[in-house]
Design a protein around this ligand. Sequence first.
Ligand code: ASP
Length: 720
Amino acid sequence: MLRNNLVRLCFYVALFGCISFGSSGADEGMFPISELGRLQLNKKGMELTPNDLFNPDQVSLVDGICRVNGCTGSFVSKNGLIITNHHCAFDAIQKASTAANDLLQNGFTAKTLQDEVPASNYTVRITEGYSDVSEKVLSAVTPSMPFLERTQAIDKRRKELEQLAEKENKGLRAEVAEMFAGKTYVLFLYTYIKDVRLVFAPPVSVGAFGGEADNWEWPRHTGDFSFMRAYTAPDGSSAEYSPNNVPYHPKRHVRVAPQGANEEDFVFLLGYPGRTVRQKTLSFLQYEQSVRLPTVVELYAWQIQEMDKAGAEDRSVAIKHASRTKSLANVEKRSRGQLLGLKRTSIIASKEEQEKSLQAFIDADPTRREKYGSLLAEIASVYDDMTSKGALELHFKELKSACRALSFAFTIYDAAIERSKPDLERETPYMNRNFDQTIQQLKLDIADWHPKTDTTILTGLLNRLSTIPSNSTIPPLSRLLSRRIARDAQAAALIEGSRLGDSGFVDECLKKSPEELAKTNDPILALMIELYPHYKSLRDLDKERDGKLGKLYGTLMEAKQAFQPSEFVPDANATLRITYGRVRGYSPADAIQKTPVSTLQGVIEKTTGVEPYITPKAVIDRYQAKDFGPFVHPKLGQVPVAILYNTDTTGGNSGSPVFNAKGELVGVNFDRTFEATINDFAWNESYSRSIGVDIRYVLWITGIVYDAKHLLDEMEIAIK
Ligand code: ASP
């Protein structure tokens, strides 16, 4: 059956013509695995055949790769041991840390299986198969359908298909992904593991060495890796955490190559890249540049500063904020990189050129003009609307995510409303298949709640919203803003009067109907209940825009295909992709040439003893003793720390295995360079560089510095 699906899937790229391939040893493209046969990777340096990489009827390399929440990981032993990034396991490490037992700061090694720490709300999925369901999805819509209805119909059909597939494939999880907006949909089947545990993490001073100063930068000296383990029920089925569960046995695991990879070696990555926007129009880029990205930068930089201040004096507060600060800081710096990239590169100018030529091509023929003539203008009108309403919409949305108490209240009230609908009509988090996880996440978030910081954040957001004149379009908000009381006192009264930090109260609330919630007298819940209809309309407006854009982009694809038949690779959408290239340096600016391997000596040189350049004594001692084991670069005579390569990656490729030509693990991807942040919009070999931690550093830190030799044994790596 899966073989059948594979054949049917080829339809979707065929529809849009073939992909064009260059000869630089790297190409733009996070290629779906259905494209393996067409990529001719052997000509690029690959020693495996497409069937070695993916073969739905037999065991192949893809069986050794998994998705770990929003990241990627690989199985490195037959007992479900997973390697991924430190920043991917960060949430689990943070949640298990207290000021007295600070796993973040000290690192963590489980000496036995019993010592491994459950990572609540982590899931692992392994791709088992896929099939094209475009026709089935699109048969749910009619050309005249209003746009909101269109999105709702597509959503519902996707959910129906998922439910059906899960019935037919007991024990697997099904998800329908949109490959080309409004055109192509693929149903993926996953093994879905719900018991994941933390096995090993280096101290954060290794795992995030260089902190935000070095994030998105090269050279890099960060040991951004951790080990986790997948568990199942004793009969091999997926199960929630239980002490009786046993390690998962993947169909195959990947071989670790302790010799690593060196400059100009061919490498490839498998992984689950999250989101790119390369198929979008000029009007989208303008919206990003003038509205969304600058707002994100301002809002996130401010929140990070407030959280840092709150945590400076009290380690337990710093631990509570650590995960959130880290992810906001990551996006804030990436957004700055993208803004700079949009200014520095010719992406906007060349989009403008392309669209001019496309429009001229469309206008040159009356039938084409009739069909496609107003497409670009119609797409632009959606982004114009988003631009004119952007300040209010983005700040109003931020209010219910940055103010943690309001976000808890939203989830509780939204759940009460949505759970009263039939399962398939609910918003995704409240469907039966997802609800336990939604609640688990809510509780974890509540455990990290720090009311004092939340008061500061709520005050700041209300202040910002008060300067946006259109706030009057949200009457309960403008009423709140016009109260004659100092804003910080107002925020403090709301937060301090709320019982949402009390898990017993939250449990009670989760059992209540919307009407009962309205009677709880909790000030934050009461405020959310007033604001809720406006959040609901905004969600509907977003769906309406999605419906319209989906339809327009789908038609735009046809026009582009008629114009230039050969250049479409679907944007990243968190489904399994392959990308390839070489270990290679680059020149970010005139007269600067960066080489592609950093070393332990660089770690020592950067170490100041002051955050974020603190190096644990254990690392310095082993360095001084020259106790490198076999993990030395043949030419540099040092333990290599990180490598740079010209593949095409984005967020979600965090934790992706970096393989050599034989499909052996030589590194773990964790980042891109600052210049490469822009490749979410457009890829270019001259600036697109990804960064991975070198497997030699992983093995040295794990086996020699922190003496977790049992993990090296488990990976069948001998030190002598
Ligand atoms: N470090 C990155 C991230 O957090 C990975 C990437 O985007 O390349 O998303």
